[in-house]
Design a protein. Structure first.
Ligand SMILES: Cc1ncc(COP(=O)(O)O)c(C=O)c1O
Length: 392
């Protein structure tokens, strides 16, 4: 019989979601907006320590709103981390603006402050500074926010912190996602907590978030009839989904603990193999370890990242390559890119060598040991074959 499939990061319900959904049904609040939405926004704002939060239909919608609020328009430039999911940059295109991609650095795998500095110098020379910088916190690890903030402040350019993957993580003791002018979180089904689909825009600028609410609800003017002076979006979260989010938020800290434990177990079992390295955690930060991610040095380990992925798939285990950098994506062909290193780029190195291992907070220890066993078997098998060739 085929073994059960192990997923990369499946939803993990707490059991309390149902209570909030039932309340919504009982009170007939099954429309977009409602008491769960209001409460979920307050609870998230309180959890991450910002003045206000706006619940929306996705993390992508939250980025789009942030760009609209910063008045990013046709012809504007927006700097963006290259090593990320395409959703970080797509809203730049929705606005008719132009992305410029910034490489990763080795300590966090996130935006390189030195490449960012170079991009700013180049932009200054060209007389076209960016309207915004989108900084991504990859796989739950915060970027070097202090350095990045200092550069952006020098040029007076606001930051949108894409913390889609890093809810529950901290940087210098402060919640990830709260360092920019705007922060965004995603509650997509694979994230550390989910609403099945949804997102949150956070900021200390309450006036801007009032405008975000207006834009996210079709930009309806305060008139006694339907009047619109500006183009809006249908981006608000439903009261049912916000109920799921409330039940999930209650156990977020436990989910962070569980994912960090999973990371530690992988580390304990696999880090002694020469050629396997784990995604680092920057000093004074705590990653939520949304996904345990490793790099594989084929020369040292004898097998490639691609071979590990194929082997896991054969065993019905879902693992993934690290994001393909956006500057390599066909849709962004020809877009400007600033590298952290002279030859090639660090994000390309991570793409070539990196894999994400199953990391769901509901991953049973027995299943994790199956993933680990599969990787160990592959390494040992390869070593034995090499020994035979060597002896003969
Ligand atoms: C880094 C990053 N940014 C943005 C998003 C977009 O979030 P959503 O899927 O909720 O639109 C995601 C995840 O899906 C993501 O991983």
């Amino acid at each position: 019989m085929k073994t059960n499939r192990i997923f990369l990061s499946p939803p993990h319900l707490s059991g309390n979601e149902k209570k909030y959904i039932d309340e919504a049904f009982e009170t007939n609040w099954v429309a977009p907006l409602g008491p769960n939405v209001d409460a979920f926004e307050k609870e998230i704002a309180e959890y991450v320590g910002v003045n206000e939060a706006v619940a929306v239909s996705s993390g992508t919608a939250a980025i789009h709103l942030a760009l609209s609020l910063l008045n990013v328009q046709k012809g504007d430039i927006v700097f963006c981390s290259t090593l990320t999911f395409v959703a970080s940059a797509n809203p730049i295109i929705y606005q008719g603006a132009q992305p410029v991609f910034i490489d990763s650095e080795p300590d966090t795998w996130n935006m390189s402050p030195s490449a960012l500095e170079q991009a700013f110098r180049d932009a200054l020379n060209e007389g076209r500074l960016p309207k915004a910088v989108i900084v991504v916190n990859l796989y739950g690890q915060s970027a070097k926010m202090e350095e990045i903030l200092s550069i952006c402040n020098e040029y007076h350019v606001p930051i949108i912190e894409d913390a889609a993957e890093s809810l529950g993580a901290t940087y210098h003791g402060k919640a990830s996602g709260t360092f920019g002018k705007f922060g965004i979180y995603s509650f997509n089904g694979n994230k550390i907590i989910t609403t099945s689909g949804g997102g949150m825009l956070v900021s200390n600028d309450t006036a801007a978030l009032k405008k975000a609410r207006f834009l996210a609800a079709q930009a309806r003017d305060p008139a006694p009839y339907y009047q619109h002076s500006q183009v809006g979006y249908n981006y608000r979260m439903s009261n049912i989904l916000a109920g799921v989010g409330r039940g999930q938020l209650e156990i977020l800290d436990e989910r962070v603990k569980a994912r960090r434990l999973i990371f530690e177990r992988y580390c304990k079992e696999l880090s002694h193999f020469p050629g396997i390295s784990f995604m680092p955690e920057l000093e004074s930060t705590q990653s939520n370890r949304w996904l345990t991610t490793i790099t594989i040095n084929e020369k040292e380990l004898g097998i490639s990242a691609g071979e590990v992925l194929c082997c896991l798939e054969r065993e019905n285990i879902e693992a993934r390559p690290v994001w393909k950098p956006l500057h390599l994506q066909p849709i962004f062909k020809g877009v400007k890119f600033f590298s952290h290193i002279n030859n090639g780029s660090y994000s390309e190195y991570l793409f070539e060598k990196g894999i994400c291992l199953p990391s769901g907070s509901n991953l049973h220890e027995r299943d994790q040991l199956r993933v680990i066993g599969c990787i160990k078997d592959l390494i040992n098998q390869n070593k034995n074959e090499r020994d035979i060739i060597h002896i003969s």
